[in-house]
Design a protein around this ligand. Sequence first.
Ligand code: B1H
Length: 833
Amino acid sequence: MTESTQPNPRHRLSPLTCDAPGLRQSIRDALVRVVGKDPDLATPRDWLHAVSFAIRERIIERRVVTRRQFAEEDVKRVYYLSMEYLIGRMLEANLRNMGIFEVTQQALQDLGVDFREIARLEEDAALGNGGLGRLAACILESMATQGYPGYGYGIRYEYGMFQQHIEHFRQVEHPDNWLRYGNPWEFPRPEKTFPVRFYGYVVEHHRPDGETSCNWENGEEVLAMAYDYPTAGYERRNVNNLRLWAAKATRDFDLRYFNEGDYIRAVADKNESETISMVLYPNDATAIGKELRLKQEYFFVSASLQDIFDRHRQLEYPIEELADKAAIQLNDTHPAIAVAECMRLLLDEHRIPWDQAWTITQNLFSYTNHTLMPEALETWPVALMERVLPRHMGIIYRINHEFIEEVRHRFPGEHEFFRRLSIIDEEHGRRVRMAHLAVIGSHRVNGVAALHTSLLKQTLFADFSRVWPERFVNVTNGVTPRLWMIQANPGLTELIDSRIGSDWKFDLDRLKQFAPYASDEATREAFRAVKLRNKERLAALVHKRTGLAIRPDVMYDVQIKRIHEYKRQLLKLLHVIELYQRIRDGEDVLPRVVLFAGKAAPGYQRAKDIIAVINEVADIVNHDPAMGDRLKCVFFPNYEVSSATIIIPAADLSEQISTAGFEASGTGNMKLAMNGALTIGTLDGANIEIRDAVGTENIFIFGMTADRVSAHRAQGIPPGAHLDSHPRLRSMVEALRDGFFSNGGRHLHAEIARYLLEEDPFFVLADYAAYSDACAQADRLYQDAEAWSEAALLNVARMSHFSIDRTVREYAENIWNVLPEPVPPPCPESNKN
Ligand code: B1H
């Protein structure tokens, strides 16, 4: 596939029809001709695949149109490099964005097939851990919706995020073999392969122009093969491409053994190089220093950059203009080796002098930081980098040298400062700091919420921000309203449409027009009816997944996110224990369902213990007759995008209770507020901006601020001291310690109590009293159904700032310098449905 700018007139496209008869025909044809099944014998999964193939034909058609227009119009392209894309199911999202959801349901019904029944058979594409991966998926969708020429690049993991089972209260990980039944949404491109080298050595050549160029020789080569996932913008306009790379053994690699006559070994060994794209590392917000991970990072970066350079060449642009025609966004430091790889390609392949290559590289790249947590900051041992990527290590040394020379000149004599700025950390056994490489190699660095960006400038990148204050900018995260409102919450969507029309779907700012309806009694009543239906839908799913029956007519209080100490699931669990004790003491307590969901990294023992304790407490609470249906505690297993679309619209209260200063942004907080859940949260991440948007009276803010947290840490108060002024808290922690809730895991409960009393690194006990008060405040407001509904509706109407479209526009205008290039909609004859 070349990037031709001259469409051949004989290659005119005649779009497929999107009316019910046309779709019906396509689905039946796909069932027989692509899936290969007699309709009389087809299983629900066969129908799922048939409809998916019928839809993908229509999407790829729009992709061809989009690509042609980009080529004709000479657009600047954006390349988003991310190790993670948490996409979820594709059928319904594609149908809705193609504007053919209802008509396809109709076509299926005509064929005697129930859409819901087949749609739930689709596996989630779970190629990500959490917020960072979901953000990448939202950004791609928004770039397509708004017409930005955006390309996603990542890895086609054979196994995505593990499937979480709960056995004997504990998390057990099962492999996520998501491609088992094949994947109708992908277009394999066996002709699109690039070699990626590892190991070997560097041979230097001194060139006549005084520059030295290098050849990286020997070592091993792996092939990266492209799989394309077309990504449809809302209302069938632009279709962009997500290109995921899979590792394939090269033929050369096999040949070594063939020559030795060991045919069987040659074929069997293919496996080894193909392990590179085998599995997603399931560590959210934690770096892992494994060689395979470094190889994954370089593998997809090298293939992506070769592809980007190739496209630039095919479009016949001079290499010197690369940064005028392309922008590359690094999603955290995971693809930061791209800075060195870009330099390698410019220096060694294109023979560009260093200084010119460096200017191009800096203009090309920008970097998003997603966390300040020290354990998430990637550093690689110099020795490992030297062995796996010897040429890149050389380039990194030179980048570092030139950089330190520059600052030496500007800040003479500040040796301590240079040491802190260096890409090489000399103190922990010589390591390459990837964040430093990313900052030095980019023209812009952004944090993902206002507080996070300001902390970045004060802490992690304080030194860099002295060197380049203008380089650091904030771009607050957002979420796509197409998935998180329109698809997830059709009831709310219909209610909004009935009041303000449907323009808000294209421009979330128009949602503001919905605000006056918060004081309209009929709208509030309709809102409560929608919530109730959403709760019934969730209750049915909870029953199916856990066997537990929950009432739909009580407050749904949810904490749904990765399990992590800093996110403080233990704070919520203590509140469950408080409510339990109060009910046992005969107090009148507002009935509620507390729902937790989230995965723990398999190697993160504390997080796994937290899951076990939640499940054991839940088991006691749920089976105690004294609770009389007033308190249910649910651990919803295997939280993923598709379950989030059911849980979020049913929630009343959104738990965003991280220790202030630790959650870079959060995006679940946005999804929940948009769906009319009230937030109970700390002044952390985007919570602060959510408060500013919805109004302090429509959110429950509590606890220490980030500044207070630092001061409190400095004071060194023993955590147990917080029990002295709070007898209830004492009895709760003691119940835990003494194994009141334990079901065989007595030791575990005692250990969690000890951890809180003696360590409590995230100040659960210090914040408990404030948290409990905020919960009580929420309960009081909930008892006034009208006041609660009003606040909930104001949350919905005032969340427009958190549309991912606003986020993407900020990147486009302030960082990428690209313009949208919307493709005209298909001609009306082919558009009827
Ligand atoms: C976020 C990560 C992350 N921050 C390392 N950092 C990973 C770091 O596999 N790894 O090595 C994986 C993920 N993820 C999250 O990004 C933040 O915690 C959220 O606060 C934020 O909303 C989200 C999107 O910006």
